[in-house]
Design a protein. Structure first.
Length: 256
């Protein structure tokens, strides 16, 4: 890996994953270094549980996302998870709508086109990208197997018109529906999304299977806990503080 910054970021990410997973051990302290990992068919990292016989909880699932200034690690118990974080100030080299035509569905393109304010349009693009990325990562198949233009994130009507007065709230639709648009072997069922604004500087999207975490009631996950961490240096519980704004749920429909 070239560059000291990239090396440091990779090291921090690996340390964050290990220390976060070790937090969930209840009967005895587990050495984060003892955890073993493998990759699924599509390359998504997973914990290799044959080396973790002492764990008292069902198998943990995790996912990780990088930005230049923040690394996020999401963990669930016995449920697939995808997480993505993006900087709110992120700029695209190309025109947003040109980029959307290439990667988004017609519905999403029309929603973005209907937003007249350039900054609002850019922010909604980042939210859309973050939500779609989290979904693809939750499926565990990667972008090549689950292209962004094969499923649609449907936002509230007010966002389509660019007049929503709550930039943190994505949707109030309580039910999420997934319909595969090609590979019928894709896992079916409900998916739940949470959109967060972290530290007033980042968007974070989390995608999980709804039935296994909330009883299908469409609410924000009951045990959603958010911590600001520098492994072995700092660990602060920030759920419910003003540095974390919890958005709403979004409805995901397919085929495109």
């Amino acid at each position: 890996m070239r560059g000291e910054l990239l090396k440091k970021r990779a090291l921090l990410a690996r340390t964050l994953v290990r220390t976060t997973l070790a937090r969930y051990q209840t009967n005895c302290q587990i050495d984060p270094k003892s955890l073993k990992f493998a990759k699924n068919t599509y390359g998504k990292p997973e914990v290799d549980w044959q080396y973790s016989d002492d764990w008292s909880l069902p198998p943990l699932h995790f996912n990780i996302s990088h930005t230049s200034s923040l690394i996020a690690c999401g963990v669930t118990v016995d449920s697939p998870i995808g997480i993505d974080v993006e900087e709110k100030k992120r700029r695209l080299k190309n025109n947003i709508l040109a980029f959307a035509r290439r990667y988004f569905t017609q519905h999403e393109l029309e929603m973005l086109t209907g937003i007249s304010d350039p900054e609002t349009q850019r922010q909604e693009f980042i939210k859309l990208w973050t939500l779609k990325e989290a979904y693809v990562k939750a499926l565990g198949k990667g972008f090549s197997a689950s292209p962004f233009n094969t499923f649609t994130v449907r936002l509230r009507d007010c966002l389509k018109k660019g007049i929503c007065h709550s930039p943190h709230l994505i949707s109030e639709v309580p039910k999420i529906i997934i319909e595969s648009s090609g590979d019928r072997n894709d896992p079916s069922g409900n998916w739940q999304f949470v959109l967060l604004e972290l530290l007033r500087s980042h968007y974070a999207a989390i995608c999980m299977e709804q039935d296994t975490i909330s009883g299908g009631n469409g609410s924000v996950p009951i045990n959603l806990t958010i911590r600001k961490t520098i492994p072995f240096v700092k660990d602060e519980h920030i759920s419910g503080t003003d540095v974390v704004v919890v958005g709403g749920l979004t409805r995901l429909l397919g085929p495109a």
